[in-house]
Design a protein around this ligand. Structure first.
Ligand code: SF4
Length: 446
């Protein structure tokens, strides 16, 4: 564990530059090959802090932080891996590009209708980088925040990072966002997300946030970030860390709630002294820090890891918020867990923590229709079922109405479930347009 907090300059590594580090030589030839092949398809980026402090190199390749940031060959289907490997060996760049694009197509780059159904319209025209799915909350993707301090291998926003402009959504101007919000006075919350908005310097971030402070309708500003785990220096020793905290105080002083939505995947991320100091400094501004992450096979399917994360988070002043289900995009076949298993992980973790950590919700699926949480697995009227509810929904009337799906031990997503008790449809399917099939979303996206 790192006990002394020292200044450290941010230094990212790509699939190419990692080869010049001491860490490359700790990897077997098979692992090196997998990084070379899979990183053609999925984005790869890590940094000095992840390498030197978070990864336990005595436990590679099974170390959770290694799995979280380094590609594994099984993230591609066997046939995809073999064919791509052969093309790379032959050096055929055109064929490599074509093959990679085909793999992207299979991977459902924008799940849950993000490109097709959440688009915001300003004066009838689509507004780049703004999503409006639920009435009271708008998501904003600032153009300068569309990268991260390191990339997660399971990332559901992977399409943002692969350099294909037509697969991205990002905005450049805060003025358009403000104009949009004025047209929708029911919006009270803005979530600034990415990528990671805290990859931006404080001045750029302030350029997006300060205009929001002038809007009385906005009650809460949220910033989604993984920097609390991948680069806690952002809040402690970066040259504009103090300016960032001053910006947080400015938001709080304006009378708005500032919520930092911290993406923590594993308790290892909270163990270094600098990570704890980051929590202390964030909460010291009057902002709240919430903890959220998906439950991911190979990374955090251990309920006791979740317990440690939530208990330590609460001790430091953070608020456990969500355990998500891995989304149906990217290499989900490698990372996903059956819903039944995700529920058992959540339940085991939840029952071992005090009430202060039971602010957490989950396991929750961010589906086309809304956020669906698994409340239980029960036998009702002789049938084994999943008990489900919406925590958030496209139609507010659906929220907190229990519904039931036939138990399926293999199901990994809402799409895999069928209604219980012989029903033909779930109640929300009667008054909703059908969810976009993956193939439709792909046609539009690629
Ligand atoms: S920090 Fe978030 S957006 Fe960035 S790679 Fe990880 S999951 Fe994706």
């Amino acid at each position: 564990m790192q006990d002394v907090i020292e200044f450290e300059k941010f230094k990212p590594y790509t699939a190419k530059s990692i080869q010049d580090t001491e860490y490359w030589h700790k990897l077997t030839p098979e692992l090196q090959e997998a990084i070379n092949v899979v990183s053609r398809v999925m984005p790869f980026r890590t940094n000095q802090y992840v390498l030197s402090t978070l990864i336990d190199w005595n436990n590679v390749p099974n170390d959770p932080m290694f799995r979280l940031t380094f590609p594994h060959r099984d993230m591609l289907l066997e046939e995809e891996y073999e064919s791509l490997h052969a093309l790379i060996a032959a050096g055929d760049q055109v064929a490599i590009k074509r093959r990679v694009e085909l793999i992207w197509r299979r991977m459902n780059p924008h799940p849950a209708g993000q490109l097709t159904h959440n688009a915001a319209l300003l004066d009838g025209k689509p507004l780049a980088g703004v999503q409006h799915k639920y009435p009271e909350t708008v998501l904003f993707f600032p153009g300068a925040g569309q990268t991260c301090h390191a990339y997660c291998t399971f990332c559901f926003r992977w399409a943002q990072f692969i350099g294909e402009e037509e697969l991205k959504f990002n905005a450049s101007e805060a003025e358009e966002l403000v104009a949009y919000l004025r047209q929708y006075p029911e919006v009270t919350d803005v979530l600034i997300t990415g990528g990671d908005p805290l990859i931006m310097n404080t001045r750029s971030l302030a350029g997006y946030i300060e205009p929001l402070l002038q809007l009385p309708q906005i009650k809460s500003i949220r910033i989604g970030t993984k920097s609390v785990a991948y680069w806690p220096q952002r809040f402690v020793t970066d040259k504009d860390a103090d300016a960032l905290l001053a910006l947080f105080r400015q938001v709080v002083a304006s009378g708005k709630n500032l919520a930092i939505m911290g993406h923590y995947s594993h308790p290892v991320e909270l163990r270094p002294a600098i990570a704890k100091e980051a929590v202390r400094r964030i909460t010291g501004t009057g902002a709240t820090l919430r903890m959220q992450s998906p439950v991911i096979r190979h990374i955090n399917e251990d309920p006791y890891a979740w317990r440690e994360l939530w208990v330590e988070g609460v001790r430091l002043g953070a608020i456990p918020y969500y355990m998500f289900v891995e989304r149906d995009t990217g290499p989900s076949h490698y990372f996903e867990l059956p819903l039944a298993q995700a529920f058992q992980i959540f339940r085991t973790a939840y029952t071992g923590v005090s009430g202060l950590a039971r602010t957490v919700r989950g396991p929750s699926m961010s589906t086309f229709y809304g956020k669906v949480v698994i409340n239980g697995i029960e036998v009702v009227a002789g049938e084994k079922v999943f008990v489900l509810t919406f925590l958030q929904a496209r139609n507010p009337d659906w929220v907190l109405r229990p519904f039931y799906a036939r138990f399926d031990p293999q199901a990994t997503w809402l799409d895999d479930l069928v209604p219980a008790f012989g029903q033909q449809h779930f109640f929300f399917e009667h008054d909703a347009e059908p969810a976009p099939r993956k193939t439709i979303a792909l046609t539009l996206a690629v």
